[in-house]
Design a protein. Structure first.
Length: 117
């Protein structure tokens, strides 16, 4: 399984970006897709989660600003990021896993989001 993340870039505070993550290979369902981020000098944080049925969860620091969605036909996940803040600057990683199968856990290469004030 391979994950290809894209959509990062540089924006000013208050702007928006949409990240995409497309999975290819032997995709098992159901599965869970997540977005994580790692800011410079900080640990990796979970940003948002979406299951195969579309159920979602968000970190408190993005609630109301970010929206995760997915297209099961394409095995793709998206992260719409609005009202971006400088604190959102990070490398964003997508993840696909089946939490009940420890070996089924895959990561994308990361896409950099830079928000300037």
């Amino acid at each position: 399984v391979q994950l290809q993340a894209s959509g990062g870039g540089s924006v000013q505070a208050g702007g928006s970006l949409r990240l995409s993550c497309v999975a290819s290979g032997s995709i098992a369902t159901p599965n869970v897709m997540r977005w994580y981020r790692r800011a410079p000098g900080k640990q990796r944080d979970l940003v948002a989660t979406i299951g195969s049925s579309g159920n979602t969860n968000y970190a408190e620091f993005v609630k109301g600003r970010f929206t995760i969605s997915r297209d099961n036909a394409k095995t793709a996940a998206y992260l719409q990021m609005n009202s971006l803040e400088p604190e959102d600057t990070a490398v964003y990683y997508c993840n696909l896993e089946r939490p009940w199968v420890s070996s089924y856990n895959f990561w994308g290469q990361g896409t950099l989001v830079t928000v300037s004030s």
